[in-house]
Design a protein around this ligand. Structure first.
Ligand code: ATP
Ligand code: MG
Length: 321
């Protein structure tokens, strides 16, 4: 049995990319393994500067895990900030992380090009992520393709620590699903909370419809035959539909007389039908946040125990205890 670990930032509400890229594969793996799943609220501080929004996002992210029936009797669901050992470990790791490795990270380059607030937290983001993973002796980290470079950084840092101070950390492996898919957003780029191009399956039908109607398409008229492979709507539909549903929609595109508005409506119907149960679970949980808080408290106790043991070993090796 391996230890699986993965996190989602509470930088917004969890979207379809998070669900397909992280939540569902991690829950699947957690059935045969032991999982540590967390809400990365410390990472979210790099972009969120409003207390109420952060709290709301944290609850919604936890609710999303629970809405997909994560079994918390055998897996550990916790809030990153409940385990302050992680920031302590991050400092130790900072001191052995080569500066150019962080300066060359794609995600930092991308965020520093796009955001007006380029803070040091964005720069050291991958070191906190490394601490998140190796503090819990995780073997396998299910992540979307967008996070593969961060995983490489984690492996480099852990290997370097083991080399300098003796065998201490488990070297984790990344696991990507959906044939290494990056789920596209409404504009065709990677779906992301910070790009405002997401489809949030937990939103009301009205907002969900608006998000889906925003998917960018070309300007082919209703009657023209269309190439499904060049359409963002179809790319997203393909990720969640059954084989038959996908083939049916493909034919409609190719036959013509079927507009992008129709395709979007089919996508909306599919999402409503496919995620009916998790959507209803999510609403129930968000109405009663105490249930979520109780789950997080239970998880943080378990996480704390592992974190204490590993951190003690680390301090010993560093000459700090
Ligand atoms: P932000 O824009 O704030 O970075 P995000 O939308 O990228 O947010 P994260 O919290 O960074 O979401 O990612 C959480 C998990 O979801 C990670 O495992 C990541 O790989 C996965 N994930 C995020 N977006 C996608 C996507 N578009 N396709 C596949 N997986 C994704
Ligand atoms: Mg991200």
């Amino acid at each position: 049995m391996s230890r699986i670990l993965t996190g989602i930032q509470s930088s917004g509400s969890p979207h379809l990319g998070n669900v397909l890229g992280a939540i569902l594969p991690a829950i699947e793996l957690s059935k045969q393994n032991e999982s540590f799943l967390f809400i990365a609220d410390l990472h979210a501080l790099t972009t969120v500067k409003n207390k109420n929004i952060l709290k709301e996002n944290t609850l919604a992210t936890a609710a999303a895990w629970l809405a997909f029936d994560l079994d918390t009797t055998k897996n550990t669901l916790y809030r990153q900030s409940d385990i302050p050992q992680v920031t302590e470990l991050m400092w130790y790791l900072n001191c052995i992380t080569p500066y150019p490795m962080l300066a060359n990270a794609h995600s930092f380059k991308d965020k520093s090009n796009r955001l007006s607030d380029v803070n040091a937290g964005l720069f050291t983001y991958p070191v906190l992520m490394a601490a998140d993973i190796i503090l819990y002796n995780a073997d396998i980290v299910p992540v979307g393709k967008d996070q593969l470079q961060h995983l490489e950084i984690t492996r480099d840092i852990a290997t370097r620590f083991n080399f300098l101070f003796g065998d201490t950390f488990v070297i984790p492996n990344a696991k990507t699903d959906q044939n290494n898919m990056i789920i596209p957003g409404t504009d065709g780029q990677k779906m992301s909370k910070s790009y405002d191009n997401y489809i949030n399956i937990f939103e009301s039908e009205k907002i969900l419809k608006k998000q889906i109607m925003n998917i960018v398409t070309d300007s082919k008229s209703l009657n023209e035959p269309k190439d499904p492979d060049k359409c963002n709507v179809f790319q997203i539909y393909k990720l969640i539909g059954t084989q038959n549903q996908i083939q049916d929609l493909e034919k409609k595109y190719q036959n013509g007389g079927f507009g992008y508005g129709h395709a979007k409506k089919e996508l909306l119907d599919l999402i409503m039908q496919k995620f009916e149960k998790p959507r209803s679970n999510f609403y129930k949980l968000m109405k009663d946040p105490l249930i979520i808080e109780k789950e997080l408290l239970k998880g943080s106790k378990r996480a704390q125990f592992v974190a204490d043991t590993v951190l003690k070993k680390v301090k010993d090796k560093l000459g700090l205890s």
